[in-house]
Write a protein that binds this ligand. Structure first.
Ligand code: C2E
Ligand code: MG
Ligand code: MG
Ligand code: MG
Length: 289
């Protein structure tokens, strides 16, 4: 029997309670077939302008629908895919399907709305990565600036030379780069100057602490930090996205601090592809944002 649990996504029983290793091995075994069995799908969550709330981009987020486990989230299976060599293929599936979806909303007239795809550092380490991106864009018939690749700060820690090669290749294509979860790792504000990115996404931990039940000194620190990010982003001409915006209180703070973009449940949870065009409905078609 299999039982789902909210927090960890899946809890598996097979007579006895599985330990971590068994659960992990089971997920890995099943994940090897997920793609060919059509169990992967994408959801999309809008990134909106502040203060007008117009969606300018949709972030593709992969999910795994397993017949017994239910829906497994990427926080659980992406690390497994990275460990067992499945990520290049899974990542290509995501890229290809995200671009196909974006081509549909472009065909529906929403040509100013980009798609953002999360990229694992292991994908960036593939010598052919930029070429794959170019091929997928051509197949989907989309211009490179319609695509944003979200990478995390850690990317320059491993395989630095190869990652730099991919970054340069991506930039040469005209694809946009976005630094995800900023502040959660090692990148500092001063490093932003050296990174060839177009977008910086403030980790949702900061957004949550902005108005959360934390020490007043912590709230003050987070406010100062975000304010500094706003200044640096403006100076460097970067788009600054606050992640995980859930309340209008957070939104008001972020707007007052000068944040230009926001993403979170306040605007919309991630929705299936069919929900995207209705979300875009209130954006004027072909509007330049
Ligand atoms: P991320 O790229 O930072 O994506 C944002 C995560 O925050 C998503 O979780 C999203 O559902 C969640 N989120 C959005 N708004 C809110 C909010 O207001 N409050 C809270 N608490 N959470 C919010 P999700 O979909 O579970 O994805 C988790 C992570 O998995 C992503 O974090 C990303 O790092 C990774 N991921 C997702 N899809 C892919 C993919 O296709 N490839 C790779 N390599 N990684 C992926
Ligand atoms: Mg992301
Ligand atoms: Mg993030
Ligand atoms: Mg994340």
């Amino acid at each position: 029997a299999v039982k789902r649990s909210g927090k960890n996504g899946v809890r598996l029983y097979s007579g006895h309670l599985m330990d971590q290793d068994e659960r992990r091995q089971m997920l890995e075994r099943e994940l090897r077939h997920a793609q060919e069995r059509g169990q992967l799908y994408l959801e999309f969550q809008p990134i909106c302008t502040v203060p007008t709330g117009h969606p300018v981009c949709l972030e593709a987020l992969v999910r795994w629908q397993h017949p017994e486990f239910g829906v497994v989230g990427p926080d659980i299976f992406i690390p497994i895919a990275e460990d067992c060599g499945l990520i290049p293929s899974l990542g290509e599936w995501v890229l290809s399907h995200a671009l196909t979806a974006a081509a549909r909303w472009h065909a529906a007239g929403f040509t100013a709305v980009r798609v953002a795809v999360n990229i694992s550092p292991l994908q960036m380490m593939q010598p052919q990565f930029a070429q794959t991106v170019a091929q997928e864009l051509a197949r989907a018939g989309l211009p490179p600036p319609a695509l944003e690749l979200e990478v995390t700060e850690g990317i320059d820690m491993r395989g630095r030379i190869q990652v730099e090669h991919s970054v340069l290749g991506i930039r040469a294509l005209g694809v946009r780069l976005s630094l995800d979860d900023f502040g959660s790792g090692f990148a500092s504000l001063s490093r932003l100057n050296e990174l060839p990115v177009d977008v910086v996404k403030i980790d949702r931990m900061f957004v949550s602490d902005l108005t959360g039940v934390v020490a007043r000194s912590r709230r003050r620190y987070v406010r100062t930090l975000i304010s500094a990010m706003v200044t640096v982003a403006a100076t460097l001409g970067l788009e600054l996205v606050a992640e995980g915006v859930e309340t209008s209180e957070q939104y008001d703070e972020l707007a007052a601090l000068g944040c230009t973009h926001a993403q979170g449940y306040l605007f919309s949870p991630p929705v299936p592809e069919a929900g995207v065009v209705p979300l875009l409905g209130h954006v004027a078609q072909n509007e330049v944002l």
